[in-house]
Design a protein around this ligand. Structure first.
Ligand code: HDE
Length: 713
């Protein structure tokens, strides 16, 4: 079978350059003899305008920034491939989904939404999950998020939403945060956002890693087969490593310790050969079932529960190569939900329809010209021939007299493709309607799925949502906004609202006092747009919880463990743990009071990976303290104690063997432990295989959130 996996790398290689063993030159290729001094009139004299080398260098520098994305500005990308595991030719004619084993190159960009390009990775936010498939039939972009629903139902509200969440316009604060008045003012007047609000207040909004996130196409799309028959689909990415989060306190500390935490994690995993992997799945909904649900398939604030329509896996995606140049690839890539190939089509979801306009429009100003499709990372590997011409920075040299169609002078070329030859034709959907500026009544259920989401969470996850809302609304200064939010929350769950109210020192107002905007003009207000709470066929769904999520598998691959060491450490204890972790594809990092190396109990030297000064517990998944350390000194070391206390607070595995357990006992959290804690692995014996295994098994649980009952009551 033909394998296209490397086609895009081959294509990119024609634009790559490497200065190794080469002369330094100007942009015109002239070799430079002195790059350190400008041309002057005399040694101490003024610079000369004639200095074309200086002028060129400074001019290029002056213009090297481009506008950042208006949303999703902060992102990280990687190359990889998509492989079909379960072809679906009966459902779609898309060539890249036809044959088992067929591989298509991809580039993926993950992002936060609200923050600027230089903001922290760990903001509470949705994450973008945009995939460009370089297929043989042209580029297909699946521009997804890590949350399956959205805040608003109609594209016309998108600028309002983004204005509300971005830093406030008078003082440009706060950066990469939704915890401020304008965001919650808008949300408190938009009951349709309640389902999405439940998701962004949950731990989905603070992922442990880009590699541990699900991805969702959000809108209902169409697949179209060779007979021009169509089904509706929802796209899903399911991560091989499971779906995991950090704690909110941890997220805030990571933002200070390493704002590039997710970027570095993705980069390092790929460099280490731990290639991130996802399965691509589709929920398939026959056209005939379009109106058979208690929600409208066109409403992007609704998901289709997996218990009602299961996810069929069609392939897998592996990310196996970091970009060579961040700007050229990750920054210049331009995604568009309207980049589809024959066999994939849109629905009338009013949010999707607006997106189809926005992406090219924004890229025109971000990338500066209609020729951005020629930038190497955006270039299709399928041949491009048309009559689009000229414009800033045109690269293609189109030959011939003809740049119009139809023509006779060019022999009619380039010619149109028949559908059977792969020509794209839009799905032949029948529309018979009045032109009307209104919201469909079928979009009115604003609370039903918010309830379903909340009820599907474990008790620990529910308390995370409560605490997130207390935090976010606690930062809101306007009392009326906080109260409106409590009113809306009470329509999702009275207890949820009451618990949040305790943190705000407020009372939940009666429902009737909650003013609501239903996205309709005032004269229609109250006519047929009362928000409803429709009963859902299913009451809970494990797929909506992270803890109960069926994607989770017991692996610690690529996780990082802090091994706190000092002189005298047991060489066998460190080696035992490091080897056991390595077997699971995880990594033990030696952390000591200083860099360089430490001496062991058998007088050998162990290299130190990080000094206690430069790292902290929030950058690791678990902590191990091996036998043999200077117990007295380390028990009093503030950095070590903070390390352990944070690891405990963030519900991580803590292990110690031999004498080192005394260091663990000196951390303050020990006094709070009332019951047996399965995340604390202590062994009086040194360097046993059982101890390492218990430690690893505990790590597969990811976190021991039940500890928080003692911490936060
Ligand atoms: Fe986007 N979105 N979006 N969006 N979006 C952009 O395009 C927009 C929406 C998503 O890594 C912009 O090139 C509108 C939903 C991702 O380069 C812009 C609406 C979903 C990315 C834009 C939405 C997304 C963007 C900004 C509502 C999940 C980053 C820069 C009608 C399915 C892509 C750019 C990357 C980026 C518009 C809503 C996903 C302004 C108008 C829903 C992953 O065009």
């Amino acid at each position: 079978m033909k394998n296209f996996q490397d086609d895009k790398q081959r294509d990119l290689s024609t634009n790559k350059s490497d200065g190794t063993n080469k002369f330094l030159t100007t942009d015109q290729g002239v070799k430079i003899n002195d790059d350190n001094n400008s041309l002057k009139s005399g040694e101490r004299g003024p610079s000369l305008l004639e200095d074309f080398i200086l002028r060129e260098k400074i001019t290029h520098f002056d213009h090297e920034r481009i506008p950042e994305r208006i949303v999703h500005a902060r992102g990280s990308g990687a190359h990889g491939f998509f492989e079909v595991t379960n072809p679906i030719p009966k459902l779609t004619k898309a060539g890249f989904l036809q044959e088992k084993g067929l591989k298509t190159p991809v580039f993926v960009r993950f992002s936060t939404v609200a923050g600027s390009r230089g903001s922290t990775d760990l903001a509470r936010d949705a994450r973008g999950f945009a995939v460009k498939f370089y297929t043989q039939e042209g580029n297909y972009d699946l521009v997804a998020n890590n949350i399956p629903v959205f805040f608003i139902q109609d594209a016309s509200k998108f600028p309002d939403l983004v204005h509300a969440v971005k830093p406030e316009p008078h003082n440009e604060m706060p950066q990469a945060a939704s915890a401020h008045d304008t965001f919650w003012d808008f949300i408190s007047l938009m009951p349709e956002s309640m389902h999405m609000i439940m998701w962004v207040m949950s731990d989905r909004a603070i992922p442990r890693s880009y590699r541990m996130m699900e991805g969702f196409g959000v809108h209902t799309f169409r697949l179209v087969n060779a007979e021009e028959e169509s089904v509706f689909v929802k796209f899903h990415w399911k991560p091989k490593l499971g779906t995991h989060a950090v704690a909110w306190d941890e997220a805030q500390k990571i933002s200070g310790k390493n704002a590039d935490f997710h970027r570095e994690d993705l980069w390092e995993a790929i460099e280490m050969g731990n290639f991130p992997e996802w399965e691509l799945g589709v929920q398939i909904i026959p056209s005939a079932d379009e109106n058979n649900y208690e929600f409208d398939l066109l409403d992007p604030t609704k998901l289709v529960p997996e218990e009602i329509v299961p996810v069929t896996i069609v392939g897998r995606m592996v990310l196996n190569k970091n970009p060579d140049n961040f700007f050229a690839e990750t920054e210049q890539i331009a995604f568009h939900p309207g980049h589809v190939v024959p066999g994939i089509d849109f629905t009338n979801d009013p949010l999707l329809q607006g997106r189809l306009f926005s992406y090219t429009d924004t890229q025109l100003s971000r990338l500066g010209s209609p020729n951005f499709h020629e930038i190497p990372i955006n270039r299709s590997i399928a041949p491009v021939h048309n009559n689009q011409r000229d414009g800033h920075m045109r690269q293609e040299i189109n030959k011939g007299r003809v740049s119009y169609h139809p023509n006779s002078l060019g022999g009619g070329c380039p010619y149109q493709a028949k559908i059977a030859e792969g020509g794209f034709s839009s799905f032949n959907e029948r529309i018979d309607a009045h032109k009307i500026r209104e919201r469909s009544e079928s979009f009115n259920d604003h609370f039903g799925q918010a309830k379903l989401f909340f009820n599907s969470q474990t008790s620990e996850e529910k308390s995370h949502i409560v605490r997130a809302l207390r935090f976010e609304l606690g930062k809101v200064q306007t009392t009326a906004i906080r109260n409106r939010m409590l009113g809306l929350l009470s329509q999702i769950d009275q207890q949820l609202a009451e618990k949040v109210a305790i943190g705000l020192g407020a009372k939940v107002p009666p429902i009737l006092e909650t003013p609501i905007n239903h996205g309709v003009s005032p004269e229609n207000e109250g006519r047929k747009h009362e928000p409803q709470t429709r009963n859902q066929t299913i009451k809970t769904s494990d797929a909506l919880s992270m803890i109960n999520n069926p994607t989770n598998s017991p692996t610690i691959a690529s996780r990082k463990v802090a091994i706190i060491c000092s002189d005298g450490v047991s060489e066998t204890a460190v080696a035992n743990m490091k080897n056991a972790l390595k077997k699971e594809d995880a990594k033990g990092c030696v952390i000591a009071p200083h860099l360089g190396s430490i001496s062991t109990d058998s007088n050998s030297e162990i290299p130190v990976d990080f000094s206690l000064l430069t790292v902290s517990s929030v950058l690791f998944d678990a902590v191990y303290i091996p036998h043999g350390l200077d117990v007295k000194t380390l028990s009093e070391n503030k950095d070590v104690l903070e390390f352990l206390n944070d690891a405990y607070k963030h519900c991580k595995v803590i292990g110690a063997d031999g004498d080192a357990s005394k260091i663990v006992s000196s951390a303050t959290f020990v006094s709070q432990i009332t019951d047996y804690d399965p995340g604390i692995i202590i062994s009086s014996e040194i360097a046993t295989a059982e101890f390492a295994q218990d430690f690893i098994t505990a790590m597969t649980m990811h976190r021991f959130w039940q500890r928080e009952e003692n911490l936060y009551n």
